[in-house]
Design a protein around this ligand. Structure first.
Ligand SMILES: Cc1ncc(COP(=O)(O)O)c(C=O)c1O
Length: 351
């Protein structure tokens, strides 16, 4: 099976499992879990934030970021394709009670002009919802892992100071952007009020995300984590997996990026495939079919039957993510499977 659906399918390696099994644990409700404390302290230092909170998942981290920086009825400005809106707007409405104001941009980058338009396109009478949070994403999942330009982030942060609005960075794949741009994680973090990162994507840990920000904010996040049922008592083994991933697997992301380009180059040479090679910046490839007679879901099913899996992003757009379990040989094999699936379709047409 060649599973290109997501980097969330990565599994802990043997050494990581051993490290996890031997991790000291305690009750994290009393802040006595040494492995959780080690990971949180490590992240505080790495990102230069006052406080860090280990949470179950990327969605939990984003949910908490919204809960601590808004009140029910407040507005969150984001880009329509960002995970907090595209996948997560219903629970954000249900649990944080916020109103999403999603901007549709031409290239997936939420800029100051978009945010200003979103804020000032109507009078903000007292009884209207008030914009309280801007939420951005880096790398951008819905735009084939595009790196959010740092200068745009800095400008947004400045604007957010003028407008008295908070800025959250959903950095589920910030590590992917960081290993390419070499911009220190501290520099990214110093241009946002809250930052979340995931350990269970390209880094290969089985569990967990970190939410970081000012002490007082993260203290509130801790309360909401408990309210949402996310208080894991002996979380140390899970934190140890994340710590191992962070201290051993960061560099490997570069190989994923190189292989994503390799895959895109090969895909681009197939006549029936539509893809923009230039847009591949990290570990993702988005592509579609030029064949009106072959529907995306039928094509994906044909590939699946041969052991190759993609993620259906939009009705006619597929996403492939390269991760630590994928080799160049796997990608060569994937290309052969794709060609076979397309060939089968041509035969059908002739018959
Ligand atoms: C940008 C982004 N944010 C948040 C999440 C949610 O992460 P999790 O699956 O750990 O809840 C994802 C998941 O892929 C994501 O791509």
């Amino acid at each position: 099976m060649i599973d290109l659906r997501s980097d969330t399918v990565t599994q802990p390696c043997k050494d990581m499992r051993t490290y996890m099994a031997n991790a000291p644990v305690g009750d994290d409700a009393y802040e006595e879990d040494k492995s959780v404390n080690l990971l949180q302290d490590y992240c505080k230092d790495l990102f230069g934030k006052e406080e860090a909170l280990f949470v179950t998942s990327g969605m939990m981290a984003n949910r908490l970021a919204f809960l601590i920086q808004t009140s029910p009825g407040d507005e969150v400005i984001t880009e329509a394709s960002y995970h907090v809106n595209f996948f997560d707007s219903a629970p954000m409405g249900a649990f944080a009670g916020v109103v999403m104001n999603p901007c549709r941009t031409e290239d997936g980058i939420l800029r100051c002009s978009d945010v200003e338009r979103a804020i000032f396109s109507k009078q903000r009478y007292d009884y209207f919802s008030q914009a309280k949070l801007i939420s951005i994403e880096n790398s951008i999942n819905g735009w084939a892992g595009k790196i959010f330009p740092f200068e745009e982030m800095r400008s947004l942060y400045k604007l957010s100071r003028h407008q008295n609005i908070s800025l959250h960075l959903d950095g589920a794949r910030l590590f992917n952007s960081h290993v390419i741009t070499n911009i220190p994680l501290k520099t990214y973090a110093s241009n946002a009020d809250t930052v979340s990162v995931c350990f269970s994507k390209g880094l290969g840990a089985p569990y967990g995300s970190m939410l970081m920000g000012k002490k007082e904010l993260i203290q509130r996040a801790k309360k909401f984590r408990l309210w949402l049922g996310g208080g894991v008592h002996q979380a140390g083994m899970l934190a140890a997996g994340a710590y191992y991933a962070l201290t051993h697997n960061l560099d490997h992301l570069k190989e994923d990026h190189q292989l994503a380009v390799y895959f895109a180059e090969k895909l681009k040479d197939i006549d029936e495939i539509q893809l923009n090679r230039e847009e591949i910046e990290t570990n993702m490839v988005q592509f579609s079919l030029k064949t009106p007679q072959l529907k995306t879901d039928v094509f994906m099913e044909k590939c699946s039957q041969r052991g190759l899996h993609f993620f259906p992003w939009l009705p006619n757009v597929m996403r492939a993510i390269v991760h630590r379990h994928i080799s160049q040989e796997n990608l060569d094999e994937a290309i052969e499977i794709i060609k076979l699936a397309l060939l089968e379709n041509q035969h059908r047409k002739v018959v």
